[in-house]
Ligand binder design. Structure first.
Ligand code: GTP
Length: 495
């Protein structure tokens, strides 16, 4: 490596597009090198690398545009053929690291960092001869740990019918990542804002450390895209910007109170991982991982983070699909059970409910009444005012009746202009009173477009061993008698 043997000069090449940063670096770190060249662009750096193969290449990613030409930068890493490369990576955009690591080994320092601190980091590496901080492939334990996290995260998918339960299981799985002291999941919800969906923390062993509550730390659990910490806290940054955020020292986020609170909870490092959306566009949310100590991650570890974020996306999408299909099922059930014109139970559903109520009445030995009613001379309304007015009359009658009934009563449209009321816990006498109330209310109700309508009603109480069919026959016979008796009246069914 470039800790030079035989007195050979230890030279460096620094790349950054901003002139002032190049100057600053030269001033702060130039003395660490026996010859430091600087380059403002990727092509220039490539030419210098070809010409003189410096001991160390420093790629400072700060102030590169977000749409940075990663393949071209990667080529610079590839050209090094394993010789020291140090990336200075903004904490808000750690996605660049695994992308560059794909071209060859590199070490990294997370910025912003004061110039003195940066010089210290660099000096330590130069002194150590840029010994690799991690092997290019993870050691066995590393791999075993990653596989364990992954497999328990996959188990969380079994709970993916519900976003919150899934989040809780996933966070518990993430907590098994070596060194993680707190894990959380944020989700973008319908109001297009971010919500803390689940969190899980380890009770820290240090004296004075209390359990960490992220909602308290961020000052809220909802509408987190409006949080004053959205530019500083990695979980919020990742959800808002779609980039991995790697805060390897709480102070680097530039929010003193946040840094203090994190330290107070024994947190030395926070990673925010965007949970990708199914298609293009804003992420679905983010994962937040807090570590008790600072780590330098290998390419495999960074790739494992991405993997977990994909898994979270899959779980959240599954939860969303479940929600959608439940809503659809609810809608289908509604269509299958309700009458489209009046919104009351349709005939088939009414028959089903009647059977249920008969069973209940028998089991608990309570009375059950059935009222059947029919709009008088409804044909005339249709003929005189037209079918649409007839429809309005049907809806108005249904609404008026429904408003009078108890919540335990069921209104059924049993035919064209025929309705039934299934009245649990109701005797024949009470059924008669109820029927009379219905009759009077409908007679008094104004029907838009045709003034008023009246109804005729039959009332029957379920006999001890009587079937639903027999009850219906009796109540309809009573209704027919009410029609014969001159309409707009109530008749009680024979026993
Ligand atoms: N507007 C409208 N009319 C309907 C609907 N369903 C049934 N009808 C009408 O309801 C009327 C029922 O007429 P009939 O069975 O002779 O009874 P009626 O005219 O009410 O006479 P009585 O019941 O003997 O008082 C028919 O004209 C049907 O076309 C509907 O959904 N909308």
């Amino acid at each position: 490596m470039s800790q030079q043997e035989g007195g050979r000069a230890r030279s460096g090449l620094y790349l950054n597009p901003v002139g002032q940063r190049r100057l600053d670096f030269q001033q702060a770190c130039g003395a660490l090198f026996d010859g430091l060249r600087v380059a403002g662009g990727i092509e220039e750096a490539a030419a210098l690398l070809d010409a003189q193969a410096p001991g160390v290449l420093v790629i400072d990613l700060e102030r590169f545009e977000p749409e940075i030409d990663l393949p071209a930068l990667g080529e610079l890493v590839a050209k090094r053929c394993g010789a020291p490369v140090l990336a200075l990576c903004p904490f808000t955009n750690a996605r660049w690291l695994p992308a560059l690591m794909a071209y060859g080994p590199l070490d990294y320092v997370i910025v912003p960092l004061g110039l003195d601190a940066l010089a210290d980091e660099l000096a330590a590496r130069l002194d150590a001869g840029f010994a690799p901080v991690h092997a290019p492939t993870p050691v066995e334990e590393d791999l075993a740990a990653l596989l364990a996290v992954r497999s328990s995260a996959q188990q969380a998918l079994l709970e993916a019918d519900d976003a919150i339960r899934f989040g809780e299981r996933l966070c518990a799985a993430l907590l098994t990542w070596p060194g993680v002291v707190h894990a959380a999941m944020f989700q973008l919800c319908e109001g297009k804002d971010l919500r803390l969906e689940a969190q899980c923390g380890q009770q820290l062993a240090q004296a004075g450390a209390r359990g960490l509550d992220l909602a308290a730390l961020l000052g809220r659990g909802e509408r987190l895209l409006q949080s004053p910490l959205r530019h500083a806290f990695p979980g919020l940054l990742a959800a808002a910007g779609g980039e991995t955020a790697l805060l390897d020292a709480p102070e680097k986020a530039g929010e003193a109170a946040l840094a203090e609170a994190l330290h107070a909870h024994g947190v030395a490092m926070v990673v925010g991982l965007p949970i990708p959306a199914s298609g293009p566009g804003a992420p679905r949310g983010s994962l937040s991982l807090m570590f008790g100590a600072r780590h330098t991650f290998s390419r495999a570890q960074l790739a494992a983070f991405d993997d977990l974020a994909q898994l979270a996306a899959f779980g959240l999408r599954t939860a969303e699909l479940m929600r959608e299909s439940e809503a659809l099922l609810g809608r289908v059930t509604q269509l299958a059970t309700l009458d489209a014109l009046t919104g009351v139970a349709n005939r088939r559903h009414g028959e089903f409910l009647m059977e249920q109520e008969i069973k209940r009445a028998r089991r608990y030995r309570v009375p059950l009444a059935l009222i059947a009613f029919d709009i008088d001379r409804f044909r005339n309304i249709n003929d005189s005012f037209g079918h649409p007015v007839g429809d309005v009359a049907l809806r108005t009658v249904a609404d008026t009746a429904r408003a009078l009934l108890r919540s335990s009563d069921v209104l059924v449209r049993s035919g064209g202009e025929e309705f039934q009321v299934i009245a649990p816990h109701t005797s024949a006498i009470d059924g008669l009173k109820m029927a009379e109330k219905l009759r009077a209310a409908i007679e008094a109700t104004e029907i838009p477009g045709c003034d008023h309508v009246t109804i005729s009603l039959g009332v029957a109480q379920l006999g001890e061993t009587e079937s639903g069919d027999s009850l219906a026959v009796r109540v309809n016979a009573a209704l027919a008698r009410a029609k014969r008796a001159g309409r707009n009246c109530v008749e009680l069914a024979m026993g």
